[in-house]
Every structure is written in C-alpha cells, then in structure tokens.
Unconditional design. Structure first.
Length: 122
C-alpha cells in the first residue's frame, strides 16, 4: 500500500502525513495491522479497513478516538470491476467508502472497505 500523503492542510498545524500516521497507528492498535493508509490526490487521509471491523471503526472514530469524527459527510461505493490500475489498492470488485468529518478539530478521514460481488457491509 502506498505511503501516506505528504500534503499539509491549511490551519492544521501538523502535516497531513503526521496526522495520517496518528490515525493509522491508532486504528492499527485497536483493530489490527490490516488497517492501512492510502495516499490520495485530494489530501484526505484514507484508511482501508477490513469489512469485519468497519462498524466498530466508525463507532470508535465517532465516540472514542482522540480526535472524534462526529459527522458522516458521505457514504458511497465505487464499481472497481473495470479498473485497470489498482496502484496498491486491495483487490475488490466494489469499494464502499465513508467520508467522516470532525467538526471539533476541522479534520476529515475517509474509510474504505473492499468487497467482492454479492458481499455487503454487515
């Protein structure tokens, strides 16, 4: 999986890479090393999590994480079946993603889950 983004966010103080490392380490500590970061052009920290942990990860980020993400801004899916270049992404036919926002710390995180055809997020 590619390294975390190296961009900074206006007003954030610390680099996106530094913040990404914190959230990735925090999620890996709580949910295992399968939680991995992906560098994205838009600079939003993005973490792939196993399907079995997605509900717990989102609940943790909303209620228990050091920087809480109180708002689910977006929930969507991507049909990956025609994708030619995976660029380090997990193999999947579909990707479900959750864009969470922290109103208290003016921050964003995107949680992605890889799914096969016919699978759902429980």
């Amino acid at each position: 999986m590619p390294a975390v983004a190296q961009q900074t966010r206006a007003g954030g103080g610390e680099s996106a890479a530094h913040r990404d490392t914190h959230i990735a380490e925090d999620l890996a500590t709580h949910f295992g090393p399968e939680c991995v970061t992906q560098e994205c052009v838009d600079g939003i920290r993005t973490v792939w999590v196993p399907k079995k942990h997605v509900r717990q990860v989102i609940r943790y980020l909303k209620y228990d994480a050091p920087a809480r993400f109180e708002l689910m801004f977006d929930l969507s899916a991507i049909d990956e079946r025609a994708r030619q270049n995976r660029d380090g992404q997990p193999a999947s036919e579909f990707t479900v993603f959750y864009h969470l926002m922290s109103l208290s710390s003016d921050d964003d995180v995107r949680i992605k889950v890889a799914l096969a055809d016919g699978e759902s997020v429980d």
